[in-house]
Design a protein around this ligand. Sequence first.
Ligand code: ATP
Ligand code: MG
Length: 231
Amino acid sequence: MSLIEVKNLTHIYGEGTVFEKVALENVSLTVEKGDLIGLIGHTGSGKSTLIQHLNGLIKPTSGEILVDGKNITQKGPLIDIRQKVGLVFQYPEYQLFEETVERDISFGPVNLGLSSEEVDIRVKESMELVGLDYEIYKEKSPFELSGGQKRRVAIAGVIAMKPQVLILDEPTAGLDPRGRDEIFSEIKNLYEKGNMTIIIVSHSMEDMAKLAKRIVVMNHGKIVMDGETRD
Ligand code: ATP
Ligand code: MG
């Protein structure tokens, strides 16, 4: 069984209005355990819409999505999906809301009902995996950090839920080349040491050819290419 199966997914924004926009048209995709996918395509091609579906954030016009064999397009508690599929937003500011880095990262695990010892362990492990020093950052406000550091906090908060699949929407947006290389090496580290299946949304074929093991290309709401990279 595939980890994720997307079957004939169509998403129309503002259906029946003058703003109607077909963002996804009959998209089918399977994600296997251990995949490291670069999802690329021009602006407006439907990448963010597709990955928001994988995380259960929005509901499709038609089609279905199975995660671990379970249909997530039907009603059910979102926390189940969040534990399986973690999503780091294109603008990570939107998922940082606590006063300290530690509280931000522990928010998910606390909501899972873990003991405070288990929460502590998860926070420290996640920070280490994304390269944030626990002692230096735990008391800092997420809002006073740089773009790259904010992104690391957002990633740590998502991986603290121990999802099977981690999705990063444009993880290097707004970073300079050095910040970009750092985030890419953290992602490689997460893939290798964190034992995770990863999907990275990007505009850059060049970046993804270096980083990903499989490339999926979208154009006008459809998948137009899906193949392995040579390494
Ligand atoms: P980018 O690379 O710019 O982030 P994307 O590939 O992620 O683009 P989406 O954000 O999925 O593209 O958008 C796909 C299409 O759906 C676009 O035409 C966009 O204008 C439209 N769209 C996206 N979100 C909404 C929304 N909330 N309401 C209406 N239309 C939307
Ligand atoms: Mg997008």
